[in-house]
Design a protein around this ligand. Structure first.
Ligand code: UDP
Length: 328
């Protein structure tokens, strides 16, 4: 099986490429390296390019006889998406449409899509199941929801089969120490907390402490990036076995507040981590916690690193060694 992974040089993408490779797939990674790291792609072919290049998409699908696509290439920052919405509609929706068109024209039938819990907006009840209404509170979540709607139509009209994986909060790093989270600038909570602990940044702010939660800070469901990656392999396997199009949540069903994440990190590291309190970040729902029973039941997904301490410990090992800088 020949699988194209878009965004395969990114944080989650690089872990997906590694899992696919280890499961015996032929992998072609396409990434524009705007955020990704070439050295994060540990196997298969690598092509530097962009989803807006329709000719390139056609030639990759033909030349490598692509059977399925795992689509992760996207902008993914909630805060930025509320400052520059056009960037999100352009890349995540319009350039994403190029990929769907190229798949149809080249008869590529299987698609696994990297979606997000942000499609739900402020949940009415937690844990969130896949049939919970969608009402994104930020442009990022909305752009992912638009893409899901396009896939649904392309299934109806062209028979494209897809699995949309709605990730909750990806965190942690591969145990090999070769790949991990390395964004520039970094905006995600766990790496920021670890950078603060390492003295690589001056300040750590909790974005709002007046949410209607147990300690006033936002609650999120953190999931280890290797467990996320495994779900992609199960999804592509499922599709090639004839699975109908599906949406699955991916989380651990356990929510931790921003304060609890900082406390857990201090415990793992063995020293206090100082944090101030700042304003709320626009577009942030108070609580996002997943029910992932559906993918467990239907595809046998079985997370290996569900607890927050282990997730933070793997991230800490990666950050302590200096991330990609150390590997250079
Ligand atoms: N957060 C925070 N301080 C930071 C970065 C993030 O308080 O410096 C909060 C953020 O408001 C959210 C949670 O941590 O409630 C997780 O944010 P992150 O950006 O890691 O992931 P997201 O939920 O946006 O996917």
């Amino acid at each position: 099986m020949n699988i194209l992974v878009t965004g395969g040089a990114g944080y989650i993408g690089s872990h997906v490429v590694k899992s696919l490779f280890e499961a015996g797939y032929n992998v072609v990674t396409l990434d524009n390296l705007e955020k990704g790291h070439r050295e994060a792609v540990l196997g298969g072919e690598f092509i530097k390019g962009d989803l807006k290049d329709r000719e390139l998409l056609d030639s990759i699908m033909k030349d490598y006889e692509i059977d399925g696509v795992i689509h992760l290439a996207a902008h993914s920052l909630v805060g930025e998406s509320m400052e520059n919405p056009g960037k999100y509609y352009k890349n995540n929706v319009s350039n994403g449409l190029n990929l769907l068109e190229a798949m149809v024209d080249n008869d590529v039938k299987y698609l696994v899509f990297s979606s997000t819990a942000a499609v739900y907006g402020e949940p009415r009840e937690v844990p969130i199941t896949e049939d919970h209404p969608t009402a994104p509170t930020n442009t990022y979540g909305e752009s992912k929801l638009f893409f899901e709607k396009m896939m649904k139509r392309y299934d109806e009209i062209y028979g494209l089969k897809y699995v949309s994986l709605r990730y909750f909060n990806a965190a942690g790093a591969d145990l090999s120490g070769k790949i991990g989270e390395d964004h520039d600038p970094e905006t995600h909570l766990i790496p920021i907390v670890l950078q603060k602990a390492l003295g690589l940044r001056d300040k750590l702010y909790i974005f709002g402490n007046d949410y209607p939660t147990r300690d006033g800070t936002c609650i999120r469901d953190y999931i280890h990036v290797n467990d996320l990656a495994d779900a992609h392999v199960l999804a592509i396997e499922g599709l090639t076995r004839g699975l109908e199009s599906r949406i699955y949540n991916l989380g651990n069903g356990e929510g931790y507040s921003v304060k609890e994440v900082i406390e857990t990190a201090s415990r793992v590291i063995g020293k206090p981590i100082e944090a101030g309190v700042g304003d709320r970040r626009p577009g942030d729902p108070a609580v996002l916690v997943a029910s992932s029973d559906k993918i467990k039941e239907e595809l046998g997904w079985d997370p290996q690193y569900p607890d927050l301490e282990t997730i933070i410990e793997t991230a800490w090992q990666w950050h302590k060694r200096g991330g990609f800088n150390e590997n250079e």
